[in-house]
Design a protein around this ligand. Structure first.
Ligand SMILES: Nc1ncnc2c1ncn2[C@@H]1O[C@H](COP(=O)(O)OP(=O)(O)O)[C@@H](O)[C@H]1O
Ligand SMILES: [Mg+2]
Length: 251
């Protein structure tokens, strides 16, 4: 089972779109996938048409059994939803013992999936620290903006700190260039910077695509909204890359 966090400390870099479309893409290829939404905005849950009111708040604070917080949203695709209940969760967790390891403890019961993919809100906070301690690998979507690179630098610094303090080795699975538009000079500049920092980690590009911004409004993935779009083509390639990465690693 692969535990992948999709994280960049900057907002609006395509994290949620990557979680939803990578998650659904893997599920469509027959992999068993669980999406965990840890963003209080609950965008991934909305995008997947979630109907359940239970979140990790109910599990951690109200002692709801974890299995009751898991809801099936598509064939092969389950979800632990996120909502604004996660704001008070953060406050409650801050006074608990081993506060950075709560997600690891609670989510350790999860076993029967090929992929657990965690959507994260932006920022350096206790929830994201918990996610970093739970996940084995991270996928970093980077939009073609200077500030998105700043978010990556902060993230790398935090990964180093967490690896050192908690004796972990979080692996960077992929760095995903998002909102790519080669007509734009910024795109070239940001891609060049990424190539310098992560020469072997950069995935295929996710181009700017109107359908990708429209699909969430209909509570569906890009594969359901417009399977012939550039967005579907690009996310399908990312699914290929993640599946291939798994095979190379186990060799
Ligand atoms: N490649 C893309 N092209 C066009 N719009 C996109 C693309 N990726 C994401 N979006 C849209 O941009 C907004 C921010 O993306 P989102 O995935 O929610 O980012 P984050 O989770 O990092 O905040 C959303 O409205 C989303 O639908
Ligand atoms: Mg998001």
């Amino acid at each position: 089972m692969k535990k992948i966090a999709v994280l960049n400390f900057k907002g609006g870099t395509g994290k949620t779109s990557t979680v939803v479309n990578l998650g659904h893409g893997l599920a469509m290829r027959g992999k068993k996938v669980l999406v965990v939404d840890t963003d209080p905005q609950g965008s991934a849950s909305y995008n997947l048409g979630n109907q359940s009111a239970n979140t990790l708040y109910e599990v951690i604070v109200k002692n709801l059994p974890l299995t009751k917080a898991i809801t099936t949203v598509r064939k092969n695709l389950d979800l632990i939803p996120g909502s604004d209940h996660l704001y008070p969760l953060e406050l409650k967790m801050a006074i608990l013992p081993e506060k950075e390891q709560i997600f690891s403890r609670v989510l350790s019961q999860i076993k029967n999936y090929d992929y657990v993919i965690v959507d994260c809100g932006p920022g350096i906070n206790l929830i994201n620290q918990n996610v970093l301690l739970y996940a084995d690998e991270i996928i970093i979507p980077v939009s073609m903006e200077y500030l998105s690179l700043v978010g990556v630098k902060q993230l790398l610094k935090n990964i180093k700190i967490i690896n050192k303090i908690f004796g972990k080795e979080i692996r960077i699975c992929k760095v995903v260039p998002t909102f790519v538009d080669h007509r734009n000079k910024k795109t070239q500049n940001v891609l060049e910077s990424l190539q310098k920092v992560f020469p072997s980690k950069i995935s295929n590009e996710i181009r700017t695509c109107v359908s990708l911004s429209e699909a969430p409004g209909y509570k569906i993935s890009i594969f359901e909204y417009d399977k012939n779009s550039r967005g579907a083509e690009d996310y399908s390639k990312l699914v290929d890359g993640v599946l291939k990465d798994g095979k190379e690693k186990t060799r």
